[in-house]
Write a protein that binds this ligand. Structure first.
Ligand code: ZN
Length: 305
C-alpha cells in the first residue's frame, strides 16, 4: 500500500514537472509579417513562443491594408520577424502606430529573415517604385524555396536568443529537429521533380524564381508585365502566342491573383492553371511550412506529368 502511494506521489511529481509551467502569458510573443515566417518561427520556438502573423496566408503580402488591429498585435510583441526586401514595407507604418520600442528599427527584438539570402533578380538599373514595380530591390519571395529554410531559421534563432537567451539550447534543438525533417522531405521532393528538369512554366505574379531554381524548372514569362503591374492587352497577346509556339502548358497561380484572367489565358493557349500555395495557409493542405512546400511540389509535378 505504502509503495503504491509512493508510486502515485512520484507520478504526480513527474506530471507536475512535465506540465508546462509557462502559461500563454509567459510565452515569448512573436509577430511575423507573413505566415511562412510564422510557421518557421513556431518550428524554432516550439512551446516557448506564441506567434501571430499580420498577413493571412491567402492575401497578397505586397499589398496589406494597415489596420489598427495589426498595431495592437505589434504593440505586445517581444519579437518581430520581417521578410524584408520591401515585401512587407507596410509593416513600418504598423510598427510606428504600435509604439513598441522592442521592435523599432535597430532594436534587438527585430529580425530581418532575408539576412544572408542570395537575392535573385536584383535590378542592375535603378527601379523607380513610382512605376509600380513591387520588387525594386530584387525578388522577395525566397521563403517559397525550402533550401532557404536553414538560413531563415538561423536568423529567427538568433532573434529569439537575443530576447530570451536562457532558452538558446532549446531553440537550437528545435531547429535541428526541424531541419532533419526538412532534409528527408527534400530528398523526396527532389526525386519527384527530377523528371521535369528544364520544363518551362508561366507564372501570374513573379514569385516562384527561388522555388523553380531549386528544382531545375524555368520561368518562361509572367502574366504581369512587371511585378505588381497588370498586363497590357499587347503583353497578353504576345504571351499567349509564345505559349502556343513553345508548347508551355502550365500557369502557376496565386489564390489572390486574377483567377479569371489566368483561366482565360490558359484556355486560349491550351494550358492549365495550377493553384499554388503562395504561402502557408493559402490553400487547404498547406497548413505548415513543410506541408506548403509539399503541396506545391506535388501540384507542379502533377501538372507537368
Ligand atoms: Zn512579389
Amino acid at each position: 500500500m505504502r509503495a503504491q502511494i509512493r508510486t502515485f506521489l512520484s507520478a504526480v511529481v513527474v506530471l507536475g514537472l512535465l506540465t508546462p509551467g509557462a502559461g500563454a502569458a509567459d510565452k515569448i510573443r512573436v509577430v511575423a509579417t507573413i505566415t511562412d515566417l510564422k510557421a518557421l518561427t513556431e518550428a524554432v520556438g516550439g512551446d516557448l513562443v506564441e506567434v501571430d502573423a499580420l498577413a493571412r496566408g491567402n492575401q497578397n503580402a505586397h499589398d496589406l491594408e494597415v489596420r489598427p488591429s495589426l498595431m495592437v498585435k505589434v504593440r505586445r510583441a517581444d519579437l518581430l520577424v520581417m521578410n524584408g526586401l520591401e515585401l512587407d514595407q507596410w509593416a513600418e507604418v504598423v510598427i510606428q502606430g504600435a509604439n513598441n520600442p522592442k521592435v523599432i528599427p535597430g532594436a534587438p527584438g527585430r529580425v530581418d529573415a532575408s539576412q544572408g539570402i542570395l537575392v535573385l533578380e536584383v535590378p542592375t538599373t535603378r527601379v523607380d517604385r513610382s512605376m509600380g514595380d513591387v520588387h525594386p530591390v530584387g525578388n522577395p519571395h525566397y521563403t517559397l524555396d525550402p533550401g532557404m529554410a536553414p538560413a531563415i531559421t538561423g536568423n529567427i534563432l538568433e532573434g529569439l536568443a537575443r530576447v530570451a537567451p536562457q532558452y538558446r539550447a532549446t531553440f537550437e534543438r528545435n531547429r535541428q529537429a526541424f531541419l532533419g525533417r526538412l532534409e528527408s522531405a527534400m530528398a523526396g521532393w527532389t526525386t519527384m521533380m527530377t523528371p521535369f528538369k528544364g520544363a518551362r512554366v508561366i507564372v501570374d505574379h513573379n514569385m516562384w524564381p527561388y522555388f523553380l531554381t531549386r528544382f531545375g524548372l524555368l520561368q518562361a514569362n509572367s502574366v504581369e508585365e512587371r511585378p505588381g503591374i497588370p498586363p497590357t492587352p499587347g503583353h497578353l497577346t504576345k504571351l499567349i502566342a509564345s505559349m502556343k509556339e513553345e508548347h508551355i502548358k502550365v500557369i502557376l497561380s496565386a489564390p489572390w491573383s486574377d483567377q479569371k484572367l489566368a483561366e482565360r489565358i490558359a484556355q486560349e493557349a491550351g494550358a492549365k492553371v495550377v493553384s499554388m500555395a503562395s504561402a502557408v495557409g493559402a490553400v487547404k493542405g498547406a497548413d505548415d511550412y513543410l506541408g506548403m512546400i509539399d503541396y506545391n511540389v506535388k501540384a507542379v509535378a502533377q501538372a507537368l506529368r
